[in-house]
Design a protein around this ligand. Structure first.
Ligand code: ADP
Ligand code: ADP
Length: 232
């Protein structure tokens, strides 16, 4: 699903070049649930952004779902992001002036999906994330946990095989955090969606079946759990 080959990311600062990522290699298989962990500023978000085509590596190859991201032009990369990847962020990033249903339908509308099909799909997604009846509410009327469910529904709208989540539980209390992780875990197990999350959350480490540890722009540990992912 994701092949990262000798990938570096350099930011040019006044003080000189800064390596946010240094020659990393990772292969993530279809259906994996991966947690990227490590200290603040170690390059986790940068790596996730590269996986989702939000940014390009300075050197190295990024191949996601068979697509060589370096070879896409700007327009193709936008289409890739919209159709192949579902993004989930710490602060939900919902549009405040739009209802829950409109937020979820955004990518579908942009992709010129017929209206009745959008209605049907939104209804199904609301059911999937356990938010039935909230279609006409605005994000500000929902709790943090509910807003993150809307964000997950939105991420699922185009039926991506890959979900990338940056600190999805970072703004939530323990209970809501657990619910979100269980939802992601369910999507991973039942829908076979590949999930990569950046997290500090020890609970997240428990639901993931692989933990990649980054420090100073380098992968320093890559640990797979056995089949017993639900064991303590
Ligand atoms: P993490 O997600 O692990 O906290 P980030 O990937 O956000 O780390 O950032 C890694 C390093 O790269 C940090 O030192 C950060 O300040 C720097 N960085 C990230 N984005 C930029 C940018 N657009 N310009 C300059 N430096 C950046
Ligand atoms: P988080 O870790 O919560 O995802 P970050 O602070 O790492 O958020 O980054 C948020 C955004 O700001 C990212 O798009 C990242 O590339 C950018 N960014 C991070 N650090 C810098 C920096 N030093 N200079 C410019 N942009 C940065």
């Amino acid at each position: 699903m994701i092949s990262i080959q000798d990938v570096s990311k350099v930011y040019s600062l006044e003080s000189g070049d800064f390596f946010a990522l240094k020659h990393n290699n990772v292969h993530i298989k279809n259906g994996e649930f991966v947690a990227i962990m490590g200290p603040s500023g170690s390059g986790k978000s940068t790596l996730l952004q590269l996986m989702g085509g939000l940014d390009l590596p300075t050197t190295g190859e990024m191949i996601v779902d068979g697509v060589h991201l370096n070879k896409l032009n700007e327009k193709e990369r936008t289409l890739f992001r919209r159709t192949k990847v579902g993004f989930v962020f710490q602060n939900y990033q919902l549009l405040p002036m739009m209802t829950v249903a409109e937020n979820i339908a955004l990518a579908l509308s942009a992709n010129k999906t017929p209206k009745d099909e959008i209605l049907h799909r939104v209804k199904q997604l609301m059911k999937d994330v356990n938010l039935e009846g909230k279609e006409s509410q605005f994000p500000s009327q929902l709790s943090g946990g509910q807003q993150q469910r809307v964000a997950i529904a939105r991420a699922l709208a185009m039926k991506p095989q890959l979900i990338l989540a940056d600190e999805p539980t970072g703004n939530l209390d323990q209970k809501n955090g657990t619910d979100i992780l269980q939802l992601l875990s369910k999507l991973n197990k039942e829908e076979k969606i590949t999930i990569v999350i950046v997290t500090h959350d020890e609970q997240a480490a428990k639901v993931a079946d692989r933990i990649i540890l980054i420090s100073d722009g380098e992968i320093v540990q890559d640990r797979r759990k056995g089949v017993a992912r639900n064991e303590p």
